[in-house]
Design a protein around this ligand. Structure first.
Ligand code: M6R
Length: 615
């Protein structure tokens, strides 16, 4: 939930760290700070607010000199967002400086003990407790910083990615991780540390992703030594060659990352099935699936665990897995699943869906499912993420970095992967006819073009957004495959415009939500060609009879709904089973334009963070 950056080398650290923080701001943005070793001492600037506020403060308060430094952008857990609680934090002697992403759960008892030993605390954070625990161990045991960190981390309970240095030994940074990501960039005579590789992508393509329960001592002259936190044993780390490029993590002329990511969907959907779907030959080949296909075909049921938008993708999957592969599916909020003592057996397959691969609740659900003997399959976007490592096998979506906090391209690429899995299983099980199977492969292959078509309605959707930007509430309705799309449309609107919105299965409207409808209530109805089309038309009539304002997503050429609705957003024709991939596009654009018109911070909505690495 926070972003951390560090640098040690021969360049000026400040611009590298500041730029890195800007790239990691999606992870948290309620306060930020930086600490630099300038050759004689530590300069520190920190502030409540965004990295741009930090920049102004650093301009005014510090010389910004030094080639060793740490930076942090925060999403508050312990202690309100203010200057004092911002990271980095000093130890009591002022020698050690730390940045931390995560939560130290037993910080209160450690703090009490440290206070008894004379330590004082300026902030309310768990992080300041950790740095003082390390200092206490370093002094008491008379050990080097790395050893003190290792001993301290064996005493703490919680999650962390930390980086720290000692001003008396300014040739090394010590880092460690458990449950929060940490990458080390390896350059020539310089090293970078960050929550993901984006802060150092223009400097090096080589990176080590620390695994859980690993720490590293990074020395300017001696390089990187990775050790196990538990027993201090040495680890031979794998050096990844990064595939990222700068263009992927910049806005590329768009006003916001969210808009760029919405427009990237034709490309990234194609990237996700490229080489895996050979439509004309009738082949779907997913490396991670083939070796374990029996697990799926023999499964009693599939349990999907995920959160937020990924959970909505799971709901779409429920329809297609059951429809095509005839395997019973349950879709669970990871946060509920992990705490309700679920019945899981060795005959269950659990699919965990996550864009970031770092969502704490999803990770915990995976661990629980594995403990109880289930086979766990991951659908993740971030390569090397905790979830991708924790699962038994899986398939990556190839959405590229998703930086806007509101998930867009992750959703459609997740559905793309899940569709391929469902079709492949149905083919192996013989639960889909050959012609239906072939038709779906060919149709899936046209989705990028259809999404491009759907994006052409952008100007019209902007006009609709203008009409409804001041509404206080929205209702989103859909049926069947498009019920999850209604939920996703409502979530998008809520999180970036702060307008209250609810998604419902259209037929459920009459069981309660219909009471909300009057002339002030915009109702977004997904009414594309489907088995339920007539029923949805009836629902639209019901809304109209109560003077609700109808914004309908319809199939190109539709005339019936066009007559009834106040506004329509057209999408190209698809089989109903694949329609979520196109019906979601106008809903993403609608929420985007409303949020822009309301002057919201689209890419960094209030109170949110891109990856939720805390419970
Ligand atoms: O990284 P994940 O897919 O695991 O994240 C899950 C949710 O936190 C995420 O989808 C969240 O709901 C988004 N802000 C939705 O736009």
């Amino acid at each position: 939930m926070c972003g951390i950056v560090g640098y040690i080398g021969n360049r000026e650290a400040y611009p590298i760290i500041l730029n890195g923080l800007k790239r990691l701001e999606y992870r948290g943005y309620d306060s930020a700070g930086i600490a630099l070793y300038d050759g004689t001492g530590i300069q520190m600037a920190k502030t409540k607010g965004k990295v741009s506020d930090l920049e102004s403060r650093a301009d005014a308060e510090i010389s910004k000199k030094g080639s060793l430094g740490l930076g942090h952008t925060r999403w508050a857990t312990h202690g309100v967002p203010n200057d004092i609680n911002s990271h980095p934090h000093y130890s009591n002697s002022g020698d050690l400086v730390i940045i931390h992403n995560g939560i130290i759960e037993n910080y209160a008892s450690i703090k009490k003990e440290l206070i008894n030993r004379g330590y004082t605390f300026k902030s309310d954070t768990d992080t300041e407790v950790l740095v003082n625990l390390i200092e206490e161990i370093k002094k008491k045991e008379d050990v080097k910083l790395g050893k003190a960190v290792q001993i301290a981390l064996n005493q703490v309970v919680g999650a962390y990615a930390i980086a720290l240095f000692d001003r008396k030994k300014p040739d090394e940074i010590v880092v460690a991780r458990l449950g929060s990501p940490l990458a080390i960039g390896i350059g020539e005579n310089e090293f970078f540390v960050a929550s993901d590789a984006t802060p150092f992508i223009e400097f090096t393509n080589n990176a080590i992703y620390l695994k859980d329960e690993e720490m590293a001592i990074i020395r300017l002259k001696k390089g990187v030594k990775v050790r196990k936190i538990k027993d201090d044993s040495l680890v031979d780390p794998y050096i990844h060659e990064l595939q990222l490029n700068l263009e992927q993590i910049e806005k590329g002329g768009y006003d916001h990352f969210m808009l760029k990511e919405i427009y990237e969907q034709p490309k990234v959907i194609k990237d996700t099935y490229r080489g895996r779907l050979l439509a004309n030959k009738g082949i779907i080949k997913l490396g991670g699936l083939e070796d374990h296909i029996n697990k799926f075909t023999n499964a009693d049921r599939i349990i999907i665990v995920a959160c937020g938008t990924s959970w909505h993708a799971g709901l779409v999957a429920e329809y297609i897995f059951e429809d095509w592969a005839r395997i019973p599916v349950e879709v669970e909020y990871a946060s509920e699943f992990r705490y309700r003592n679920p019945v899981i057996t060795e005959k269950d397959v659990v699919i965990a869906i996550s864009q970031s691969g770092e969502t704490a609740d999803t990770l915990a659900a995976i661990k629980l499912a594995k403990e109880r003997g289930a086979f766990v399959y991951g659908v993740c976007n971030v390569v090397g993420s905790s979830i991708s490592r924790e699962t038994d096998s899986g398939t990556y979506t190839h959405a590229g970095p998703e930086i806007g906090v509101a998930s867009t391209k992750a959703f459609t690429t997740q559905i793309t992967v899940l569709t391929m899995i469902a079709l492949r299983l149905a083919d192996v099980k013989g639960t889909i006819s050959h012609s239906d199977y072939m038709m779906h492969l060919r149709e899936l292959d046209t989705i990028p073009t259809l999404v491009e078509e759907a994006l052409k309605s952008d100007d019209k959707i902007r006009e609709i957004a203008y009409e409804f930007k001041d509404a206080a509430n929205f209702l989103y309705l859909g049926r069947g495959y498009n019920f999850p799309v209604a939920l996703e449309g409502a979530l998008k609107l809520k999180e970036i415009s702060y307008i209250h919105a609810e998604g419902y299965p259209a037929a459920e409207m009459k069981h309660g939500p219909i009471a909300l409808i009057d002339e002030h209530m915009p109702v977004v109805v997904i009414a594309v060609n489907s088995n339920h089309y007539e029923k949805v038309v009836s629902n639209i009539e019901e809304i109209k009879a109560r003077k609700g304002k109808i914004i309908a997503v319809v199939t190109e050429g539709d005339t019936t709904v066009k007559e009834l609705a106040d506004y329509i957003m057209e999408v190209p024709k698809t089989p109903e089973t694949l329609s979520p991939l196109v019906t979601t596009i106008p809903l993403q654009l609608l929420s985007y334009h409303i949020a822009v018109m309301l002057d919201r911070n689209v890419d960094q909505p209030r109170n949110l963070a891109k990856s939720v690495t805390v419970e």
